[in-house]
Design a protein around this ligand. Structure first.
Ligand code: ATP
Length: 262
């Protein structure tokens, strides 16, 4: 197994604030990880490092065999699929859904004069179909519901056939049905051997798709635990991570957590 991602003793500071402090984390080929932690724990920052969109203040970050700071990040980024709220905000509201996905081949948001061949178009349609939003190809991105947008963004993140797929809170803002459909779609993606390595950031253990095997727990910019789900999602680790006494259950591949004794 080879490292797809390796953070070694990573510290990241902004002004007087230490956002990440001595973070060690490795992700290997074929793995599917969730990154869990409370608001402000540093989850998005870790994902931005993994996406080659931020640099550590100290320590080293290796992505797909390249060390940040020694390589051309624009080339590295073409091998990484990212779906995040910040990226979605850059997609023009009048962009056609098909173009939202197609333009990922060029790493741009907003179609202009690039030309796409039949293969690109049919791949974009297939990805939209995989997330059950292919009927929306001609709609404007800005007219979609939150759930539809999330799925289009994941299709977009997969368009360039990335080796690493990073999803920052893909279920945020979805209703129960939307969340469950997304969890099912991500579970299917996780189970497909052709899928890239996946890292998914969430606040909720309920959103962990079956098929994901590992978790990184972050608390105040430090690693509380990292490893196989069964070892990491214990009441002790989760209680320390979220700062309250929690009970944890697993039922038919899904996890749930609630305050203990209530
Ligand atoms: N440029 C910056 N300058 C100062 N502090 C920052 C900066 N960027 C992020 N932070 C702080 O770093 C901490 C971690 O932020 P981050 O967005 O990584 O957390 P998160 O775990 O993703 O949070 P959430 O769950 O709320 O999205 C937060 O306290 C945030 O306010």
């Amino acid at each position: 197994m080879s490292n797809v991602l390796r953070l070694a003793d990573v510290t990241l500071r902004r002004g007087a604030k230490t956002i990440l402090d001595g973070v060690d984390w490795s992700v290997d080929d074929g793995q599917r990880w969730v990154v869990l932690g409370p608001n402000g724990a540093g989850k998005t920052t870790v994902l931005q490092l993994a996406a080659a969109r931020m640099f550590p203040t100290e320590g080293s970050v290796e992505i797909l065999g390249d060390r940040l700071g020694t390589v051309d990040t624009s080339e590295l980024r073409t091998r990484i699929g990212l779906a995040s709220a910040a990226l979605a905000d850059r997609i023009p509201g009048r962009e056609r859904v098909l173009d939202v996905v197609l333009t990922a081949s060029y790493g741009v948001t907003g179609r202009w004069r690039e030309s796409y061949d039949e293969y690109d178009t049919s791949r974009a349609r297939d990805l939209l179909a995989a997330f059950a939003v292919d009927q929306l190809v001609d709609r404007h991105f800005g007219s979609l519901s939150e759930g539809e947008r999330k799925r289009v963004q994941i299709a977009r993140a997969l368009m360039a056939d990335p080796e690493l797929l990073l999803l920052d809170e893909p279920a945020a803002g979805l209703d129960l049905g939307g969340r469950e459909e997304l969890v099912a779609a991500l579970s299917e993606l996780a189970g497909d051997r052709r899928s890239p390595v996946i890292v998914l950031v969430t606040h909720h253990v309920e959103e962990i798709p079956p098929g994901f095997g590992h978790a990184l727990l972050l608390r105040s910019g430090t690693v509380e635990a990292a490893g196989p789900l069964e070892e990491v999602l214990t009441p002790q680790h989760l209680s320390r991570t979220f700062g309250l006494d929690l009970e944890v259950e697993r039922h038919r591949g899904r996890w749930s957590a609630r305050a203990a004794g209530r």
